[in-house]
Design a protein around this ligand. Structure first.
Ligand code: AKB
Length: 305
C-alpha cells in the first residue's frame, strides 16, 4: 500500500495491532503517544494532540500522508473527568483535521463507538441512524465528532472514515472502558484466578476480535471513496455476549473460571448501549465479514496470553 501513516494514541488498546498490520501491508508507520515507549515495531515520537505545532512538524518530518487518530479517553474513565474527556476527544479530532488540512493530507481514520447510542435508540438492534442521546461524556464527544465528520465529508473538505467499535477483544489490557471485562476475564482464566465482574451476569453487548477490527478498518481506508455510501461512521460488530455467557465460552475450553459480581456505575453505561448493532451496510459496502465468532475469539486470544 505504501502509505506513510501517523498513529495518535498508539499505546492504547488498538495501536500495536494496527501498527503490525499496516507495516505488514507495506506501509511506513510513525507511532505517537503522550508517554514514551520502546517496545513498538516502528518509529515513535511523543505527541500530545493538543500540540498543533509538533503535529505539523511530525507530518512534515516524516512525510506523512494518512492519520489514524486513536487518542481518546474511554467511557468509564471519562465519567471521572468530563471536561478533560470532552477536551481531549474533541480537540484531538479537530486538531488532527486542522493539521491534515494544512499539510494537504486527505485521509483520516478515526474510530467512533457504540457509546454514541442511548436509551432513545433501539438497543435491541441499533441501526446506523438511530435517534441518539448518549449518557456518557465519551459518547457525547464521539457523537459531536461524528457530526463534524459528516460535515467534512459532505462538504468534500477532507475524507474521514470511521467505524463505531463495539467491545474489542485482544491480549492487550484496555483501560477505562465499560467493555474491558471481556479482556480482564480472559487474563483471569489464563492465570487461574477468580474474576469479580462490574457488570451484571446477563448484560449483553456487541464485541469483536481485534484482528477483525483492524482488517475492517484498513479495508475501509483502502477502498475507493465511491463505494462508501455514507458520510458518517458505519456500525460494526461480530458477536454479542454477556459476562455469564463469556465465562461459559471460556470454560468450554477446559478453564475453570469462577466469577462473582460487584456491579458499579459501569452498569448504567452498559444499559444505555446496544445489545446488537446492524452492520449490514458496512458488510455490503466494503465486502467484509468477521473471521472470528465468539468461541474462535476467546480461544485465539487465550492462546496468546
Ligand atoms: C468502552 O468500553 O468505552 C470502549 C467502547 C465500546 O468504545 N471499549
Amino acid at each position: 500500500m505504501n502509505n506513510r501513516i501517523l498513529i495518535t494514541g498508539a499505546l492504547g488498546q488498538l495501536g500495536k495491532f494496527f501498527i503490525d498490520s499496516l507495516i505488514n501491508q507495506g506501509n511506513y508507520v510513525l507511532a505517537t503517544d503522550i508517554k514514551n515507549s520502546n517496545d513498538l515495531n516502528c518509529d515513535f515520537e511523543i505527541f500530545d494532540v493538543h500540540d498543533l505545532k509538533k503535529g505539523d512538524e511530525l507530518i512534515k518530518k516524516y512525510k506523512i500522508n494518512q492519520v489514524y487518530n486513536f487518542a481518546a479517553i474511554l467511557s468509564a474513565k471519562g465519567e471521572i473527568n468530563p471536561a478533560k474527556t470532552w477536551d481531549l476527544n474533541n480537540a484531538g479530532f479537530f486538531n488532527i483535521v486542522d493539521i491534515c488540512l494544512k499539510n494537504k493530507i486527505n485521509k483520516i481514520f478515526w474510530p467512533s463507538s457504540i457509546a454514541v447510542f442511548g436509551k432513545n435508540s433501539n438497543l435491541n438492534f441499533a441501526s446506523i441512524d438511530e435517534p441518539m442521546c448518549p449518557e456518557t461524556i465519551y459518547g457525547a464527544s464521539k457523537l459531536a465528532c461524528e457530526k463534524a465528520m459528516y460535515y467534512y465529508n459532505f462538504k468534500n473538505i477532507i475524507d474521514i472514515r470511521s467505524l463505531r467499535f463495539p467491545g474489542i477483544v485482544s491480549n492487550s489490557k484496555p483501560g477505562g472502558g465499560t467493555t474491558d471485562y471481556v479482556v480482564d476475564m480472559l487474563f483471569s482464566a489464563a492465570k487461574k484466578k477468580d474474576f469479580t465482574c462490574f457488570l451484571k451476569n446477563d448484560t449483553v453487548l456487541p464485541m469483536m476480535h481485534i484482528n477483525d477490527a483492524v482488517d475492517a478498518s484498513i479495508m475501509l481506508m483502502s477502498i475507493d471513496k465511491k463505494n462508501i455510501s455514507i458520510n458518517s461512521p458505519y456500525n460494526i460488530s461480530s458477536f454479542e455476549t454477556s459476562p455469564s455467557k463469556w465465562r461459559d465460552t471460556i470454560n468450554s475450553f477446559g478453564y475453570e473460571l469462577k466469577i462473582d459480581y460487584e456491579v458499579d456505575f459501569r452498569q448504567d453505561i452498559a444499559d444505555s448501549w446496544p445489545k446488537k448493532v446492524d452492520d449490514s451496510l458496512l458488510r455490503k459496502d466494503i465486502d467484509w465479514i468477521p473471521k472470528f465468532n465468539e468461541k474462535e475469539t476467546a480461544l485465539d486470544i487465550l492462546k496468546s496470553i
